[in-house]
Structures are given as structure tokens and as C-alpha cells.
Ligand binder design. Structure first.
Ligand code: ATP
Length: 361
């Protein structure tokens, strides 16, 4: 197990002299703690696989260093880095039994037989593969094959980290949940540093202690699911995480007030030194805006529809050209299709050029 430090790490497929804006991975400095369960989350093309492949050694970065427990391993091959990887599509040896498949990474490294047997039995047990251990790995379902693949990634106890690249894509949705819970339990049991790449926020938030969000080649926030929800560091995080995502509105902000379309929205903190010329926006999650009857002093919205999600109802509304979502309390109706919006000031954030501004107490 290792702590992994990325130091000013960057990668460009077009060479080091390409403009930085075109880099697939823009410079990042961060630490992945030993024994942490991480999700690397972001939409297609944001650079997740590039970062994972740089950590595993499949790609040599254009810039920067990777340290495992303080030691620079940037020039080392994947093999020498002692990393286990689980890919989207399972890699299984059909001619071997399930047990032999699980034992393969250990046998390859000359681990004594008694230890291999012990470890294979342990991984077989936690992944519910015990009944299949002596069966050939042919004609198994896609789910069973991916379990074997996960098992092979987890079987070595000496790895610096286990990297998963969208490992549950080919799995039946119901089993996905089960396997993810198992992975999480395994993480606790085996004390492994795990990095799990996904574009699915539910997968990321249910698996990880820490979610690292990427956008356009940049790591824009690294935090617990609660931190990403409560205090998105970038408007992209607010919008990408949560369903519906955070409302983002252009605003004029001065002191403890934001003005949207001429209406004042109270803020909990003071913003007196916003960068000149920056694009200023406020962000507020739909859970912290309520639709009520129109009233003087409230921002007026036009209701487009109400989505009933069972435990909560969200009104989809428009304010001018902007589309918002807001909580619709039980019994809320609107005779003329308009509503007033009530904002909870403690959850209204201010962003300058998409980045969170802290404000003063
Ligand atoms: P996905 O989930 O679709 O795999 P991702 O977040 O993993 O996306 P990457 O695969 O890392 O993203 O791609 C990041 C950017 O780098 C994209 O613009 C992609 O087109 C580009 N890219 C990836 N691999 C190469 C390559 N071998 N050569 C050139 N450009 C590449």
C-alpha cells in the first residue's frame, strides 16, 4: 500500500510544446492517501483514463513527477510500480479454472503455494466465487467474469494501489449495486488504496470516501461526497453532482447581496473584493430554493412542470432565460403558473469565473 503524490503532473498527447490549454491532463498537484477509497469522476473525454494511465505507468507524463511513499517512480514501468489494474472488459483465461485465474498474479510473482491458496480462498469468499473455484472459466456470465477480473485485481496484498477503469460497465444494473457494495467492504477488509474511474456520480458517491472530480483535463475538486454537495468548488461540480444539479445564475454581487434580474437575494457572507472583470454567478442547489406564492421582494419564476420524485418534488421553473429547479413543498399549487422563489442564504454560493469565492464572515 502506498501514498501517491502527483507533483505538477501534466500530459499532452501533442507533445510538451503544445499550448497548455490543449493538454489532456492539465498540471495537477495532489495526494492520494494510503488506504483511501477514491473515485475519479467526470464526463467522457475529461482526462480520467489519461490520469489513471499516467499513475499506472502505461503513459509517461509530459511533465511532473509521481511519488509512491515519497519515492519518485515516474521513470518506472507498470510492472515495477507494483500496481493492479481492473479494466472495463474482463480479461479471463478460459482454459484455467476460476481459482487458477485468481491465483495467476500471485503465481507469476513466485508467492508460496500455501499463501496463494489462502489468498484465493479469501478473495473467492468475499466475491461469492467459492462454488466456482474448481470450474473452468469458460461459459460464465459476463458478471461472473468481471467478478474474477475484480478478484485478480484484489488478490495481491503487496500492491501500491488497485486501479479500476469503469469496471462495472458491462454488469447488469442490479448486480452493479451489489458488486459496488462488495468492493467497498473489501476496501475496508483488505486496507488497499483504490482508485475507481467512473462517469457515473452514483457509482462514485457510493463507492468512495473521496471523490476527485475532473473537467476539461483539470482536477476541479477533491472531497467527500458531502463536501462536493454542500460546497462545490467549481460551478461544474455543482452542476455535475446532484440530481437535479445546482442552479447557476448570473448575478451582480456586492457585500451581502446578490442581484438577479433586479431582485435582491440575501447572502450569508460578505463579498466586497470580487476580482474585477470576472464573470460573477451565484449557485444554489434546488434543495435550498423553495417555490412559494408570488410575493413582493421575491424573485418571480414561471413554472414549466413539477417532477414528483416520491420523497421530494422539484418544480422546473424559468426566470427570464435561465432554467432553475426548486423544491415544491407538499400542497404547493400555482393558479396562474407563476411562483416566488425563496432562497436559503446559507446555501447560496458565489462564483467568480466558475470558481468558488469564500466571502468574509
Ligand atoms: P472516457 O470516459 O470517454 O474514456 P476520459 O475522461 O477517460 O474519457 P481520456 O480518455 O483521458 O478521457 O481523454 C482525454 C482527452 O485526451 C480527450 O480529448 C481524448 O480525445 C484525448 N486522447 C485520449 N487518448 C488519446 C491518444 N492516445 N491520442 C490523442 N489524444 C487522446
Amino acid at each position: 500500500m502506498a501514498r501517491i503524490d502527483l507533483v505538477d503532473l501534466a500530459h499532452s498527447y501533442g507533445g510538451n510544446n503544445a499550448p497548455q490549454e490543449s493538454f489532456a491532463l492539465k498540471p495537477v498537484t495532489m495526494t492520494w492517501r494510503q488506504g483511501g477509497a477514491y473515485a475519479l469522476l467526470g464526463p467522457s473525454g475529461c482526462g480520467k483514463t489519461t490520469l489513471l494511465n499516467v499513475i499506472s505507468g502505461i503513459i509517461t507524463p509530459s511533465r511532473g513527477q509521481i511519488l509512491f511513499d515519497g519515492k519518485d517512480i515516474t521513470p518506472l514501468s507498470t510492472q515495477k510500480r507494483n500496481i493492479a489494474q481492473v479494466f472495463q472488459f474482463p480479461v479471463i483465461y478460459d482454459t484455467m479454472t476460476v481459482g487458477q485465474n485468481l491465483a495467476f498474479p500471485l503465481k507469476n510473482r513466485g508467492v508460496p503455494k500455501a499463501e496463494i491458496d489462502k489468498r484465493v480462498a479469501e478473495i473467492g469468499r468475499v466475491l461469492d466465487l467459492e462454488p466456482y473455484l474448481n470450474r473452468k472459466a469458460t461459459r460464465l456470465t459476463a458478471d461472473a467474469k468481471q467478478k474474477i477480473s475484480l478478484g485478480r485485481g484484489l488478490v495481491r496484498s503487496d500492491v501500491a494501489a488497485v486501479l479500476f477503469d469503469e469496471p462495472l460497465t458491462v454488469i447488469d444494473p442490479e448486480l452493479k449495486w451489489q458488486l459496488r457494495s462488495k468492493l467497498k467492504a473489501l476496501h475496508r477488509e483488505l486496507d488497499l488504496t483504490m482508485i475507481y474511474v467512473t462517469h457515473d456520480q452514483t457509482e462514485a458517491l457510493t463507492f468512495a470516501d473521496t471523490v476527485v472530480v475532473m473537467h476539461d483535463g483539470r482536477v476541479v475538486q477533491s472531497g467527500t461526497p458531502a463536501e462536493l454537495f454542500d460546497k462545490p468548488a467549481h460551478t461544474f461540480v455543482g452542476y455535475f453532482i446532484g440530481s437535479p444539479g445546482m442552479n447557476i445564475l448570473p448575478a451582480e454581487v456586492q457585500g451581502r447581496e446578490a442581484k438577479v434580474g433586479g431582485h435582491v437575494i440575501a447572502l450569508n457572507r460578505a463579498y466586497d473584493n470580487l476580482p474585477a472583470g470576472a464573470k460573477i454567478e451565484i449557485g444554489v442547489r434546488p434543495e435550498f430554493v423553495e417555490v412559494v406564492g408570488p410575493a413582493p421582494g421575491l424573485l418571480t419564476a414561471r413554472i414549466e412542470r413539477i417532477d414528483d420524485l416520491g420523497r421530494i418534488r422539484f418544480a422546473r421553473v424559468r426566470v427570464g432565460d435561465a432554467k432553475l429547479a426548486a423544491r415544491a413543498p407538499a400542497g404547493f399549487t400555482s393558479a396562474d403558473g407563476t411562483a416566488g422563489l425563496k432562497f436559503d442564504p446559507s446555501h447560496v454560493h458565489v462564483y467568480a469565473d466558475s470558481l468558488l469565492v469564500e466571502g468574509a464572515a
